[in-house]
Unconditional design. Structure first.
Length: 127
């Protein structure tokens, strides 16, 4: 089951708030969404088109990489929503951080936690 790719807002984000990235696999999306909805910190969530695959499955299949993340960020107008450009990759695909920095040179690329349950603590500590 897939979620519609796009940009989702949680806790009324503004131009200084970070973008998290995930795939459009429904279980992954809802895991991330539930964690960010439950915290008081505002975030943007870029949901990429991975043909409904989870982060690791999509990465292994070549459906979730730096080029595709950058393409979807541009397609959905991520840069138009923020003045402080920060994007947080799922920890399981930390290997993409260098490539994403090349694809999105105006953005600060961070590597987030591997599990959605750790997102609130990560955001409070790192961002």
């Amino acid at each position: 089951i897939q979620v519609t790719p796009g940009i989702y807002e949680f806790n009324d984000p503004g131009p200084e708030d970070p973008f998290l990235v995930t795939t459009n696999f429904s279980i992954t999306y809802f895991s991330v969404a539930n964690e960010v909805e439950s915290m008081s910190l505002p975030v943007w969530l870029l949901v990429t088109d991975s043909e409904g695959m989870s982060v690791l499955t999509a990465w292994a299949a070549g459906k979730f990489d730096a080029e595709l993340i950058a393409k979807d960020a541009k397609r959905f107008g991520a840069a138009d929503k923020v003045t402080r450009k920060r994007i947080v990759l799922p920890g399981h695909v930390a290997v993409l951080s260098g490539e994403l920095e090349e694809e999105m040179p105006d953005w600060e690329v961070k590597v987030g936690p591997k599990e959605a349950v750790d997102i609130p603590a990560y955001l409070k500590a790192v961002l």
